[in-house]
Design a protein around this ligand. Structure first.
Ligand code: ADP
Ligand code: MG
Length: 250
């Protein structure tokens, strides 16, 4: 954790609203700042807008009102801004979304070669280092469908890291995994947190939130209801809605 005077804002939401249809407002005025090096964990009921919230950050969803700024760049309709922002962000989804027709190694080297203009040799050296870090280097020449879910998700993390992002977004990264594979993925995320990577994680894994979150964000009905350190959040939440939610899941 960084102390206050070193805090550097990385992502700033200012009164962000999003409508999927004119009648259906899904984000109802989000104000929030994510600082460099912080781990923020989002929890909240299904359908409360958690995925929409994090997908707006790399323009997978548009927003209609307010302002999002990422590392000093305003996220508007300018494709140069969108691309510059996307280059700063890695995203890992519930369904690993690996390219099925490419080997593990090729999945990880593709974007560094095409987008970062790395040589094949450089990209492969980096990729093998990252695959080793996430514990799947010995799977490098296999195809995604030859790997377990936990292994595939670790490849997906390595693939994101290969683009040297400033922040990693995780949307329920362990929800599609068999229980015995959840820990191996969470351990990789914990290692990222230990290295002071900025993380924004939607998860139901409360143990992860307690262990590594600087801040827990509770989402409900398109709003941030409460934010607190995990200590306070889980033992002494302020809002009734938070207490009610926690009483259902703890
Ligand atoms: P969460 O991740 O918290 O479960 P989501 O952000 O996925 O919530 O969804 C919030 C609400 O927006 C839900 O009611 C969902 O049905 C709706 N929604 C999500 N994606 C779309 C879409 N592409 N079109 C219309 N409604 C959507
Ligand atoms: Mg979701």
């Amino acid at each position: 954790m960084l102390d206050n005077n070193e805090k550097k804002p990385l992502i700033i939401f200012e009164d962000v609203h999003k409508w999927y249809t004119p009648e259906f407002e899904v984000l109802k005025g989000i104000d929030y700042t994510i600082h460099k090096g912080e781990v923020n964990v989002i929890i909240g009921p299904s359908g409360s807008g958690k995925s929409t919230f994090i997908r707006t950050i790399n323009a997978l969803e548009e927003y209609q009102k307010g302002k999002i700024t990422v590392d000093g760049i305003v996220l508007d309709h300018n494709i140069k801004h969108i691309n510059a922002i996307r280059n700063k962000i890695g995203m890992v989804f519930q369904q690993f979304n690996l390219f099925p027709h490419l080997s593990v190694l090729h999945n990880v080297t593709l974007s560094p070669i095409w987008t970062l203009k790395q040589s094949k040799e450089e990209a492969e050296t980096n990729a093998l280092e990252l695959l080793e870090r996430v514990g799947v280097k010995d799977q490098a020449l296999k195809f995604p469908n030859q790997l377990s879910g936990g292994q595939q998700q670790r490849v997906a993390i390595a693939r994101s890291l290969a683009m040297k992002p400033q922040i990693m977004l995780f949307d329920e990264p362990t929800s599609a995994l068999d229980p015995e594979m959840i820990k191996e993925v969470l351990d990789v995320m914990i290692e990222l947190a230990d290295r002071n990577m900025t993380l924004l994680v939607v998860t139901h894994e409360l143990g992860f939130a307690k262990a590594v979150a600087d801040t827990v964000i509770f989402f409900d009905e398109g709003k941030i209801i409460e934010t607190a350190s995990p200590d306070v959040f889980f033992s002494n939440p302020e809002k009734d809605r938070t207490k009610q939610f926690l009483s259902q899941i703890l």
